[in-house]
Design a protein around this ligand. Sequence first.
Ligand code: PGA
Length: 255
Amino acid sequence: MGTKFIAGNWKLNPAEINQAKELAREVRDRTANCSKVNIAVCPPFISLPAVAELLRESRIAVGGQDLYWEEAGAYTGAISAPMLKSAGCSYVIIGHSERRQYFGETDETVCRKLYAALKGGLKPIVCVGETLQQRKAGQLHDVIRTQVTEALRGMDETSLGDLVVAYEPIWAIGTGVTATPQQAQEMHAYIRSLLNDHFSHALAMTTPLLYGGSVKSDNATELLSQNDIDGALVGGASLKVDTFVPIIESGEELS
Ligand code: PGA
């Protein structure tokens, strides 16, 4: 089934850089015995350099939660791929549903950011997911197809070796409601089929597909055991070492 990948998305937490360092230190120390599972944490921009420095000698990678597509210039408040690189990031989350919902992210901006991330040597974690309304209206596959296709529009397969896709049903994010393993597996298989249609069987089979949405220690093993679920993007449960580490350990066991 391959190596699992567990990524923590800290969102707008914690408030202080020192608290971010402390959390990173605890995760590092408590996962020192893990040797197979891939791990990443995505703190807020402001904490990135400190967390990356702390994790430098560890096997925990660091990622940004967003980026802007321009590299430099008059774009107040923006953070570019070279900046993330220089802060010690190897990953970047793109198109998280909260960015789409609160910050005007569209399929087009997701695509531009994906180009910028790949050009800047960052591994992109592209997020897709439907609302409950869309699922109930039977638009699930259309929504996911559009999000995946538009994000990857014009991409050359050779540049997509580091692509990661996260399926995060919006109704499951931060709600405590998780997609059933069957629901998640079905959509992961669908996303793989889209990659197969647009690119190649090889790319479809090797692109890690993460599930996100109320992943916790008590549902992680079942979710991660599904054929097409290669890992998890964890929000709330990644903010405490006691809730995050058991998820990483599930990934380690299944890797
Ligand atoms: P959650 O968030 O684990 O708190 O549901 C997941 C995410 O938004 O990536």
